[in-house]
Design a protein around this ligand. Structure first.
Ligand code: ZN
Length: 281
């Protein structure tokens, strides 16, 4: 069976087709469509997939989203608020499964990556924003909305006032790419590993990991996103900070090393494949 995967991001929509055999997906072809206004972008996605005879499509999109309807809620991306993603893909005439990018990434890491075998798994991305996806018993969690873990507060002392337009110094406001840029005056990717900001970033992310483990009973927290990718020492700092916060309260967490690096190259896109291969929701 051939399925389509769409990862909607602020800069590009990554679109791929793959074939499903014995529970695994083999990617066959991929394209990158620049994110412009919704109608133009989504009709290019539909046109590309329509030529490839897919039987189902999974979509992992930036949020916030209303699910299962698939409407984009308040977003700073110009023109995208109110966009009906499910409706836009309806011309394909196949089942469409939608999730937030981070919930989809959690699903993919739980199915094929660093969280394999975990009953409860969390994926945290640290990039332009900080977002968290939660999968319980193989199902991405959403209720009133979807989890928004990046906006939790951190108890690690920090005088930086933060950049979140809602909360200032929530964890996203403290350690997202724009927050690091505001702290240091430099793009995060250009900073050397020795820069002191990384210790602060790791400390806050450890606070977040501890809060998430205490709340969800996740067996592991998988980290991805451009800010932490390629800097394994940050995740070691995250682990140390998490342990300081837990203070021995969860002995399993000290033994099992629950902080993990994303294993999949594009967890969001693979999450879309995972969604496509489990039917509509
Ligand atoms: Zn916030």
């Amino acid at each position: 069976m051939r399925v389509g995967a769409v990862e909607g991001g602020g800069t590009t929509f990554e679109v791929a087709v793959g074939s499903l055999a014995e529970g695994a997906v083999r990617e066959e072809e991929r394209t990158s469509i620049p994110t412009r206004e919704p109608r133009e972008t989504l009709s290019a996605v539909v046109a590309w997939l329509a030529r490839r005879d897919v039987r189902a499509v999974g979509v992992a999109s930036f949020g916030p989203l209303s699910l299962p309807a698939g409407r984009v809620l308040g977003t700073p991306k110009p023109g995208w608020e109110g966009t009906e993603l499910r409706q836009a893909l309806a011309p394909l005439g196949v089942p469409v499964a939608l999730e937030t990018d981070v919930n989809a990434a959690a699903l993919a890491e739980q199915r094929w990556g660093a969280a394999r075998g975990q009953q409860v798994a969390v994926y945290l991305t640290v990039g332009t924003g900080v977002g968290g996806g939660l999968v319980v018993d193989g199902e991405p969690v959403h209720g009133a909305m979807h989890p928004e873990m990046g906006h939790l507060a951190s108890a690690y002392p920090d005088r930086f006032t933060g950049v979140c337009p809602y909360h200032g110094a929530c964890i996203e406001g403290l350690v997202s790419g724009p927050a690091i840029a505001a702290r240091t005056g430099a793009e995060p990717a250009s900073l050397p590993d020795e820069h002191p900001v990384w210790e602060t970033v790791a400390a806050h992310l450890g606070e977040l990991a501890a809060a998430v483990i205490l709340t969800t009973a996740a067996g592991c927290v998988v980290f991805g996103g451009g800010v932490v990718r390629g800097r394994p020492f940050v995740l070691r700092g995250v682990e140390a900070s998490m342990r300081r916060r837990l203070a021995g309260y969860l002995p399993w967490a000290a033994e099992a090393s629950p902080i993990r690096r994303a294993m999949l190259e594009r967890p969001g896109l693979w999450g879309a494949f995972a969604l496509a291969t489990r039917g509509t929701r």
